[in-house]
Write a protein that binds this ligand. Structure first.
Ligand code: FCB
Length: 454
């Protein structure tokens, strides 16, 4: 492996988090409740009824956490802003104390040479807006653009990478179709409409950015390559449906100006006719695309599975994470190349990638996590392979900097490079964090010399 085929000097090496998952103190300093605050406080919604009330207490410990980033050698950090800290009612008067928290965080990052990537929406809609219909209300696009504009005006002098939405598929599938995530609706009629308004909101924020901002704005989607279990027509069609629902539902409108035709079959009578003008509007040019990659899916036709008629075929011979997600690094190369070939050569970032594994109790101030370390190594090699095949990949963000509140799974799943003892809030580097620091320091070189412990 020659030096020039490794990662370039300006490659972004980061870790990612989101507001509700790490901050704690969700109502501090005048903040309003979000749908996640209310969902977690509804008995039976989250594992062990856990909440983000304390989480990693990052709201108070952000300076220490930034120091840990520095210690790892990260040159970038992806975080999200809690909309209801800045606008307690989702619109109307700005809560300066909420906004100040993010200004202080950004300043702390810049002081340490860590470039911020700011996500405007990572699932925590202000509860006041949900009472007005949330993403089902067509006005949501304007609410979002107005909120985004406040952040652009406050922080575009310091933040150079902006993300509108994190993973619209999850917002819709978990929040409106299956009801397992906030706001907990299970309604096939709601899902396509929420998806459409999310895309309009994304576009409205991008348009607002073009008027106000001087740097770069993009979208973050989670992608999962779909492979047919067999070559039968049924399984091939099921794979197309799964791919349309998961991967193309959001990217086709944004880059190609149309919805995948399979969606009308999947949703049947619940699929509305959307105005052409909306589809033109949604197709705003982007500066980059962020891709969250965790796993793949091997697909078979299953007429009993609502509403996609698709089932996952578990690959029993492969390693699976704590969430039973198959570890499949090749899928990362495949999906990056697919994006580049289908949507063009725009800059790409891997904005999340990581694994939940059971971590053994810490001994002597270290947490040994060989499976996560291996996951990291193999996925970085897969990312490098895509780069070598011409993909314009500019950075990698591990999910996650810290163990944190994993949505409906509460604190039962640990994704962190850094272990968090929730009783004491003590942070401890895992072996994967030390390994990542070595990768960064060597621009990837260590990926090829490190066979040990794998
Ligand atoms: C992604 C989310 C992130 C985290 C990881 C494990 O879908 O964006 O917040 O929950 O999964």
């Amino acid at each position: 492996m020659s030096a020039h085929s490794l990662f370039p000097a300006d490659f972004l090496w980061g870790a990612a988090t989101s507001a509700y998952q790490i901050e704690g103190s969700p109502l501090a300093d005048g903040a309003g409740p979000s749908i996640w605050h209310e969902f977690a406080h509804t008995p039976g919604r989250v594992h062990h009824n856990e909440t983000g009330d304390v989480a990693c207490d990052h709201y108070h410990r952000y300076r220490d956490d930034v120091a840990l980033m520095r210690e790892l050698g990260l040159n970038a950090y992806r975080f999200s802003v809690s909309w209801s800290r800045v606008l307690p009612q989702g619109r109307g008067p700005v809560n300066r104390r909420g906004l100040n928290f993010y200004e202080r965080l950004v300043d702390a990052l810049l002081e340490q040479g860590v470039q911020p990537m700011l996500t405007l929406y990572h699932w925590d809609l202000p509860a006041a807006l949900d009472r007005l219909g949330g993403w089902l209300n067509p006005d949501s696009a304007h609410w979002f653009a107005d909120y985004a504009r406040i952040l652009f005006r406050a922080l575009d002098d310091r933040v150079k990478l902006w993300v509108t939405l994190n993973e619209p598929w999850v917002v819709v599938d978990g929040g409106y179709l299956h009801g397992v995530l906030a706001p907990g609706q299970r309604n096939p009629y709601a899902a396509p409409i929420a998806a459409h308004h999310l895309l309009r909101a994304h576009a409205a924020a991008v348009q607002a950015y073009r008027a106000e901002g001087r740097h770069q704005i993009g979208l973050v989607v989670n992608l999962e390559p779909k492979y047919p279990a067999t070559e039968t027509v049924e399984d091939l069609n099921a794979t197309m449906r799964a791919d349309a629902d998961f991967n193309r539902h959001y990217l086709d409108p944004v880059f190609l100006g149309s919805y995948p035709p399979e969606l009308a079959d999947i949703f049947g009578a619940a699929w509305p006719t959307f105005p052409d003008a909306d589809l033109d509007f949604i197709r705003q040019p982007l500066d980059f695309l962020g891709i969250n990659y965790y796993s793949r899916q091997v697909v078979r036709h299953d007429p009993g599975a609502w509403p996609l008629a698709v089932a996952k075929v578990r690959q029993d011979r492969q390693t699976h994470t704590g969430l039973d997600w198959e570890v499949y690094p090749q899928g990362l190369t495949d999906i990056l190349q697919w994006v580049a070939s289908r949507y063009g050569a725009l800059p790409l970032y891997i904005t999340e990638n990581g694994a939940a594994f059971y971590d053994p109790p810490q001994a002597e101030g270290e947490v040994d996590d060989p499976l996560r370390r291996r996951y990291l190594r193999d996925h970085l090699c897969a990312a490098l392979a895509a780069r070598q095949n011409g993909v314009n990949l500019r950075g990698y963000f591990a999910w996650s900097l810290l163990d944190n509140f994993e949505w409906a799974y509460g604190y039962s799943q640990r994704f962190g490079l850094i272990h968090v003892d929730y009783a004491t809030q003590q942070r401890t580097f895992k072996a994967s964090a030390r390994f990542y620091a070595e990768v960064i320091r060597s621009h990837g070189g260590v990926l090829f010399t490190d066979g040990a412990g794998m």
